[in-house]
Design a protein around this ligand. Sequence first.
Ligand code: BGC
Length: 414
Amino acid sequence: MKRIKLVAVAAVILVNPSLALAEPEAEVLHWWTSGGEAKSVAVLQQEFADNGGTWTDMPVAGGGGDAAMTALRARVLSGNAPTAVQLKGPAIQEWYEEGALADISAVAEAEGWADVLPASIADHMRCEDSWCAAPVNVHRVDWIWANADVLKANDISMPGTWQEFNAAAEKLQAAGIIPLAHGGQAWQDATVFEAVALGILGADEFRKAFVELDEAALTSDAMVAVFDQMRTLRGHVDRNFSGRDWNLATAMVMNGEAAFQIMGDWAKGEFLAAGKAPGVDFLCASTPGDGFLYNVDSFAMFNVDGEDRQAGQALLARLIVGKNFQKVFNLNKGSIPARTDVPLDEFDSCAHLSADDMSASSQNGSLLPSYAHGMALRGAQAGAITDVVTAHFNSDMSSADAVNMLAAAVANSM
Ligand code: BGC
């Protein structure tokens, strides 16, 4: 333990000699409060403590992080920013433009991040010429999770097309099983929507619509078909879906009340935390269609005074991208490491599928940022799309009206 502490202190001194005598401390704002998430963040807390750091936890419950982002704004506006914040995608650059972020280039350079992170991930972590965030993982969004026994008992295999999904759902409904476990919260509606959109639109049209915000792509016939499929899915959720947390929806699949959930692989973290095994208790498959929607969790350090806190930021940044942390954390979280040099032999079949599909998608141009998880668009634009998705899902709005509303909402958000 003592030796580890010395090495850690030495690294901090190397990065910033004035922090030599500082005692690293950090107040960390995050939204990892479910069973699997809490187990994962505990790995970072432990490593931070083992390296002499004092961690003050600031968890803000709420899947997808909307509540956490509201809490962050309030803290920064009151002139009291947290030391480190779970922050991702273009929101990192938005906060940088407000002058709120600390430069962590010294750590990134000392640790050789440019050599161990794929360029597509590293790009999200840079603000102009500096490094301004540290990546933790790669979550995939476009997954279907299923209860293995329920599928077997009903003679259903994992659906490879949306037609197969719909046929399976009807069969399950007739057998008295909830086909789709869903939580009616805007970010969960958006999560399902983008998985459906990727499958129906294909990677190129998805990029045009949700990365480039191209009006023709937003109003295409294929987009009408995406809303049609959302309407079909609405018929396959139970009556009590409104407002349900995502991990409670995962629990419905675990206990056999429901057959499927469409959710990012943080859901796998829940299955694992409950002692369930992939391929035995639960099954994973990518949602129908080609491509890979990535969602990279990362931490940004906010401008704070005090050498102890600055030492805490340097230590945290170093630990987060550390090889061992990336392995242990991601084994719990359901994601795969952001670093390319972490062996995956201890990871399960779902993680291997994710890593293989990510590398194939990155080669054929179908590796895409998740709009629903803040990787593709600025907040106002993503929010405008999600408002339409949710309004459609929770009403009898036609698909044609939804598409028109989508184009108008996006235009107004620019
Ligand atoms: C985050 C995950 C988190 C999930 C549910 C996503 O946006 O990237 O780390 O587990 O939200 O809260």
